[in-house]
Design a protein around this ligand. Structure first.
Ligand code: GLN
Length: 249
């Protein structure tokens, strides 16, 4: 069976380069000899019900509204989750998975998909800058994640959602000292970067969650060495850059 990595509405939720998340998931499967393909779905096309991982990215306000309306009409994300898929959503994608969100200066409230028990409202200032978070892996291990955030909405978690990672530098949800939320097989988070190429351990975790089995280490020393180099560089940058989001907090 060819594993499907489903990129949802690139034309609406594609301005922050989060497509890189799909590419790294695809390559990390293929490098391990697992058949995999990218499936691009655009508004008006039905989402496939048999995706291994569904990906939502960041987007501008009007695109976010258009995307949530299309996804409500389609219903395919819920079907994909019911069939055992995993949903990984970034920024606008994270917000629209919640119960509701506001966008723009008018603070108009829009219903989200209700896949995460979170609500997003306009924060006191826009969060823009490098992010460092501490993710506690389900096996108890700790992993530092780096990324870049750019969002006006701040997100509050309800009791059904658990925070994803603790913020060390940056803003994240902006309400609780954490970034993102997890509920069942849905994970939402703020950082772009894209986050999965920057943090391959998180990419492998998503693959293992979706496959329901562990994957061995990536059998590509050249790629692993390059990832280590890039990670060290990004950790250095986030720790030394004066962070605009921190400054204005
Ligand atoms: N429109 C949302 C906000 O500003 C999401 C932005 C984004 O996806 N980067 O909060």
């Amino acid at each position: 069976m060819t594993h499907k990595i489903v990129v949802v509405y690139q034309s609406l939720l594609g301005i922050y380069g989060d497509r890189g998340n799909a590419k790294v998931l695809l390559k990390r499967l293929q490098w391990r000899g697992e058949p995999a393909e990218l499936v691009d779905v655009e508004p008006g096309q039905p989402l496939p019900p048999d995706g291994l991982i569904y990906l939502l990215g960041g987007g501008e306000d009007q695109a976010q509204i258009a995307a949530v309306k299309q996804l409500q009409a389609d219903g395919g994300l819920q079907a994909g989750l019911d069939a055992g898929g995993v949903l990984f959503a970034v920024c606008a994608g994270y917000q629209l998975c919640g119960r509701s969100f506001t966008v723009g200066e008018n603070d108009e409230v829009f219903a989200g998909l209700g896949l995460l028990d979170v609500e997003t409202r306009r924060g006191p200032q826009r969060a823009v800058g490098e992010v460092l978070t501490r993710w506690t892996r389900p096996d108890g291990g700790l992993e530092l994640l780096t990324g870049f955030e750019n969002h006006g909405g701040f997100t509050s978690l309800g009791s059904d959602a658990k925070p994803f990672a603790k913020v060390e530098i940056g803003v994240g949800n902006g309400t609780d000292g954490y970034d993102g939320a997890v509920q069942g097989r849905v994970i939402g988070t703020y950082p772009h970067g894209p986050i999965l190429p920057r943090n391959p351990a998180l990419a492998d975790y998503l693959l293992e969650l979706a496959l329901g089995r562990t994957l061995g280490p990536l059998p590509r020393p050249d790629v692993n060495a390059e990832h280590d180099r890039l990670r060290a560089q990004r950790l250095e940058v986030v720790r030394t850059t004066k962070n605009r989001a921190e400054q204005t907090r």
